[in-house]
Design a protein around this ligand. Sequence first.
Ligand SMILES: NC(=O)c1ccc[n+]([C@@H]2O[C@H](COP(=O)([O-])OP(=O)(O)OC[C@H]3O[C@@H](n4cnc5c(N)ncnc54)[C@H](OP(=O)(O)O)[C@@H]3O)[C@@H](O)[C@H]2O)c1
Length: 328
Amino acid sequence: MFKAIYIDKQDQQYQCSVQQLDEQVLSAGDVTVRVDYSTLNYKDGLAISGSSPVVRSFPMIPGIDFAGVVEQSDHPDFAPGDRVFANGWGLGEKHWGGLTQKTRVAGDFLLKAPASLDNHTLMVVGTAGYTAMLCVMALQKQGVTPDQGPVLVTGANGGVGSFAVAFLAKLGYQVVASTGRPEEADRLKALGASEIIDRQTLAAPGKPLGREQWAAAIDSVGSHTLANVCAGIRYGGVVAACGLAQGMDFPATVAPFILRGVTLAGVDSVMCPNHVRLKAWQQIAQLLDDNMLSGIGHDIGLGDVIETAQALLAGKVKGRVVVDVNRD
Ligand SMILES: NC(=O)c1ccc[n+]([C@@H]2O[C@H](COP(=O)([O-])OP(=O)(O)OC[C@H]3O[C@@H](n4cnc5c(N)ncnc54)[C@H](OP(=O)(O)O)[C@@H]3O)[C@@H](O)[C@H]2O)c1
């Protein structure tokens, strides 16, 4: 028997609870993993609350990422005792995810844990930190260098935003952090932000083109914020867009793209190929430091998950929530 967060939908009733499950119910897959840690991401909040149709089949164990140890494997790349982790691939949406003490998945979803990152650290970083690194890499791919000017990060107190601030600062970029929580300014400055702006300045419908302020941006917010960010990027700048915390819409004009040569780079972590993931995790391992880890992550037990998911959706959680699945 093992414990898991379990979502079911019967007679249109959406239910999420902690359940004891029998190993026999584990889904198909070629690797069985004893999970140590999972995390709570925005998407997990949506899945757990049922407030958005994230879950594609029922019943479902949510959790878009996990780190653990292989218990049994029919996959040639993995053997019992290997430390492994997974992000995305439809975990917690189409396939049973990581908010569980045990899971069985396709081995192709797994990566071997880098020796320098323990399972807890892997999940402090989690999908949010890995996505933040994909965004940094998108800016680097387009040739954005620290000497070109400030880089804006929206949703800065969230998981993606916090790591985007920290990684950019460590790489020498001047970081402007946009947040709705100015009371967390000291935390963002400790992570490396040099300027904090109020997210309200970007939240309402704006002009097609604004003052050229930032060389580049990482946006996890979408909607009017993303439109205003694009309108405020300097000539030839780049915006890496990965999220929709304000909304999925993009009420913009083409003006920044056709008059200022701005590039909008989309970032997806879910189906991202393994060779890109490996590059992202290598760069994460090089940049991570204790300041980032202690400033961004905090732990909860499996029994705290449902309540914390509500707080996350209400924007009351800062940084990253790591779930110790073996703690009540
Ligand atoms: N593309 C991908 O593969 C991928 C991967 C991971 C995440 N995401 C997406 O990226 C986004 C952030 O994920 P996360 O895990 O970092 O979530 P999170 O920890 O909940 O952070 C989201 C942050 O967005 C800001 N925010 C929330 N509501 C807002 C609103 N109405 N208007 C403006 N800002 C708002 C808040 O930051 P402040 O308090 O600082 O204002 C909040 O902390 C989500 O939309 C998520 O689905 C996408």
